[in-house]
Each structure stands twice: as C-alpha cells, then as structure tokens.
Design a protein around this ligand. Structure first.
Ligand SMILES: Cc1ncc(C[n+]2csc(CCOP(=O)(O)OP(=O)(O)O)c2C)c(N)n1
Ligand SMILES: [Mg+2]
Length: 408
C-alpha cells in the first residue's frame, strides 16, 4: 500500500491543528498537539497517525471528501482492521466465530427478505438492516438476560440478535399465521416479549419515550435490567426524544439510548437536516453523557457497550451512544437511493464492511481456516433457506383473526 499525503491539506480538512487534536482526544487517541505540529514540519504523517485520521474521517462520514481532495493519491486502504486488530486477542476463536456468524445470519436473513419482497411474497413496508449488523451483535454480546431492546421499523436484525427464531420473523413478514403477530403486523411491528424484544415501531422517535417507560418499569420493580433504546439520526431531531431524555435524567432511569447514525433519514443526509451533527452531544443540556462509536467495528461497539452498561447499572442514569454506521440499501424497498452516489456506497462496502473485515481478521490471525469459515457460511445459508420454506408453508391467518388482539 502506498499513500501519498499532503499534510497541510489533511490538517486543513479537519479545520486546523487544534480541531484535529481535539478529534483525537474525543476518540481516545493518544496523539499530542506537538506530534501534529511535527508532522507539519516534516511534511509527513506516520502510518499509525494516518490510519487514525482515516478512521476519524470515516466516523464523521468525510472520508470521501478526504479522497476527493486528492490527499489519497494511490493505494487502497484497509481501515477498520487497525482498531480491531488490537482487540482481537481479547476473544477466543469460538467467540470470534460467534460474532461473525451472528452478523452474517442477519445479513443473509435480510438479503433473502429483499428477494422475497421483490417476488411479491412480502407486502407493505420493509426496511433492511444491511450494513448495520455490528451494532446489534456487538451490543448483544454485552447485554445480560433480562435487558430489553426497543427499536424502529428497521427491526429484523435486532430481533434476530435477541434470539428470536428466523422462521417466525419470515412468517410475520409474509403475513402468515406462524408469525410473531400471527401475520397481522408485518415488517414494522415485530415483537417477542419472551426475548425482551419490545418492537418494532413505525412512528419515528416513538421508541424513545417507550424505551424510557420500560426503563422506568425496571427501576420501579427494583431489578437491574437496562433497556437498549434504539433510534435513528433523523429521529434525533424529534421533540419527544428530549422530553424522554429529561425524565430519564431526572429519575436516573436505566436506559441506554443508541442512536444508529447511518447518515441518512430517508433521502436526507444528517448534514442537511441537523445543525449539530455530533449527535452524541444531544443529552448534554440534561447532563446525559454521550460517546461516538465506530458502529462498523464490532470490537468498538463491544467496548463502548460494556462501559455504558456498567455506568448505567451502577445507578448513574441514562447514557447515549452514537453509533456511526451506514445502510447499504435504500431507506425501504421502494427507495432507489438517488440522493447518494454509487461510489459512496461502494467505498463503504469495500473498506468498512463489518462482516468482511472480521472474516479477514479471523483468517489472518488463524482463529479459523478458510474451510471452517465456509462451513459456517454454508450452515447459515441452509438455516435461512429452511426458515423461508417454513414461512412459505405456514398458512395464512383465519379471517376470524381480524377480530382478535384488537383494543377498542
Ligand atoms: C413521526 C413520523 N414522521 C415521519 C415518518 C416517516 N418516516 C419514516 S422513516 C423516516 C426517516 C427516519 O430516519 P432515521 O431516524 O435516520 O432512521 P433510519 O431510517 O435511517 O434507520 C421518516 C421521516 C414517520 N414514520 N413517523
Ligand atoms: Mg438514519
């Protein structure tokens, strides 16, 4: 890999030496202001410094801009692997394969859901989670039995990660009687109380007060469960979010707010919709601490998630994690995604894919052979094929079901 850098252009890209240094500090990177001044003097940045810069630009969604300013003149970059590499030794081969297979299960599940939608077997809205898998699986790795999840309509991946059966989720998507809501809810209204998965909500922002309410119930009952309350970057501008933040902070509720910042709300980028784009600061006026996390790197998600849950379980109240991520597909199945370039999507897939990057590391670090990984992949393919078959054979609900489970 050969990279030619224009040091001044890099520093300028981040607004100067001081803002660049501040970004290092915010990201927990130990590089002094003096070191940056030295880079400028010598007109060169060492490889580690460069990789940190790429990671920051990535997390900010400005990597493409960095590339366009011709700072990167040659070479292809493997970025996420750097941060991950230092953490891989913390895990056993078994754990690493589990992370990999759980992320891949979500990816394969969603790809099949997309195909079934195209074939007309799934009706209504359908929002895929492809690209965001490291968040669901990383958080699941640090949660304990009894912790809950509540999320938006982009819910299949989180439901799978909470242990729900893909057969039941496919059946729900296809409107069949074996679905979790007997086929009456569909993609946006998934639920599995046994697994503490509290939906699946179609109203943007709604999971925030609802998740805060679940946290209130947990505190009231005196257990130590935390509610992972997921919402998007677009939802972060909703009024109800801040009403809920206030109550959570006031009563020190055990709630972890997880903002999945995938850079777009339907066709609107964060920069076009938000005056402040550092969404993890959004709780500051109520004393709720926040942190930005590289949501494309499962080890970063695990580290931040573990720390956050310890903080919340110790009774200190709510916390925000802004997971920087990216959705590869359109907002929903009916979105041709014309608001972003093909190159932008391809660059993400090529450089930041959480699943490919972990696969590479597992093999490079000899935690499994290529054949062993392929066997895992085959098993997942078969599991999903069988789940789809099950759902296809599940009967449609009786007409009488129209009158059940209704609150009037
Ligand atoms: C209250 C409300 N307003 C508008 C919509 C329409 N809508 C559905 S999804 C969406 C975008 C939300 O984007 P974001 O919060 O970033 O989540 P993402 O879809 O990216 O996961 C909008 C505006 C809605 N469902 N509910
Ligand atoms: Mg979004």
């Amino acid at each position: 890999m050969e990279i030619k850098l224009d040091v001044n252009a890099v520093i300028e890209h981040f607004g100067g030496i001081t803002p660049l240094h501040e970004k290092f500090v915010q990201n927990g990177i130990d590089i002094s202001r003096k070191a940056i001044e030295k880079w400028k003097e010598r007109d060169s940045i060492p490889t580690t410094g460069w990789l940190y810069i790429v990671n920051i630009a990535d997390a900010e969604g400005t990597f493409d801009m960095l590339k366009k300013t011709a700072i990167v003149k040659t070479g292809s970059l493997s970025k996420a692997t750097l941060k991950s590499k230092k953490d891989i030794h913390k895990y056993s081969s078994k754990e690493l394969i589990k992370f990999y297979s759980e992320m891949l299960r979500i990816r394969r599940f969603e790809e099949k859901a997309g195909q079934l939608y195209g074939m007309g077997l799934i009706g209504g809205f359908c929002h895929l989670y492809i690209g965001q898998e490291a968040i669901a699986v990383g958080m699941q790795a640090v949660m304990k039995e009894g912790d809950g999840i509540i999320t938006t309509y982009r819910d299949h991946g989180l439901m799978l990660s909470s242990g729900s059966d893909p057969k039941v989720i496919y059946a729900e998507l296809m409107g069949r009687s074996d679905g979790c809501s007997k086929g009456k809810g569909g993609s946006m209204h998934m639920f599995d109380t046994e697994k503490h998965f509290y939906g699946g909500h179609g109203i943007v922002g709604a999971p925030v007060p609802l998740g805060t309410g679940i946290a209130f119930a947990n505190k009231y009952r005196g257990n130590d469960n935390v509610c992972m309350t997921y919402f998007g970057d677009g939802a972060a501008n909703q009024g109800q979010v801040y009403e809920a933040f206030n109550m959570a902070a006031l009563w020190k509720l055990p709630v972890l707010y997880i903002i999945e910042n995938n850079e777009y709300a339907m066709g609107t980028s964060v920069k076009r919709s938000s005056f402040t784009t550092e969404l993890y600061h959004r709780g500051e006026s109520m004393g709720i601490p926040g942190k930005r996390v590289d949501g494309m790197d499962i080890f970063e998600v695990i580290n931040a998630g573990r720390e956050a849950l310890e903080y919340i379980r110790s009774g200190k109240g709510p916390l925000i994690l802004e997971m920087k991520t990216y959705r590869y597909r359109g907002h929903s199945m009916s979105d041709p995604a014309k608001y972003r370039s093909k190159e932008e999507v391809e660059a993400m897939k090529e450089n930041r894919d959480p699943i490919d990057n972990l696969r590479k590391l597992i093999i490079e670090e000899k935690h499994a052979s290529e054949e062993q990984v392929k066997a895992v992949e085959k098993a997942i393919r078969e599991e999903m094929e069988a789940a789809v078959e099950f759902a296809k054979n599940s009967p449609e609900p009786d007409a009488g079901e129209l009158w059940t489970d209704i609150t009037v």
